[in-house]
Design a protein around this ligand. Sequence first.
Ligand code: HNI
Length: 141
Amino acid sequence: MLTADEKQLILQAWKKVLGHQEDFGAEAVDRMFTVYPQTKTYFPHFNLHHDSNHIRHHGKKVVNALGNAVRHLDNLSEELSELSNLHAYNLRVDPVNFKLLSHCFQVVLAVHLGEEYTPQVHLAYDKFLAAVSAVLAEKYR
Ligand code: HNI
């Protein structure tokens, strides 16, 4: 459960993401494929080379979905319901992978926000991404 202060920190920090959705998303997805190569198995149809158009395009979609979640922090389950269906029924992504992408996205935030990525912002994003991941995985059972 996010506190009111944490919600505020998430909204505040997201302002630094706006305008960079594609760059940040591509970096996060690139990192995920490099650090956790097993995640590549879900993307056999992608060109997985560093910064490929597939990676940029996909990264942008993922970060835009997170941005939508940021705008609906009180309503994540409903807001992400379709994405949850997609990941559970169509893509069948093993839920362990959500943690891996969340971690990579946090590293990207830390790199770009620098000192503004305080432990408090880090905590807020950790909880937010865990909440998003829980919703994306909730249709599995
Ligand atoms: Ni995910 C497609 C959002 C985690 C594998 N994913 C999407 C799309 C969005 C999205 C948005 C595009 C849907 C559309 O086109 O209608 N994915 C998210 C979010 C997270 C996430 C917000 C977690 C924070 N996805 C993951 C993880 C994996 C994953 C961890 C696997 C390792 N996603 C996929 C695959 C697709 C996908 C595969 C389809 C890609 C394509 O274009 O074919």
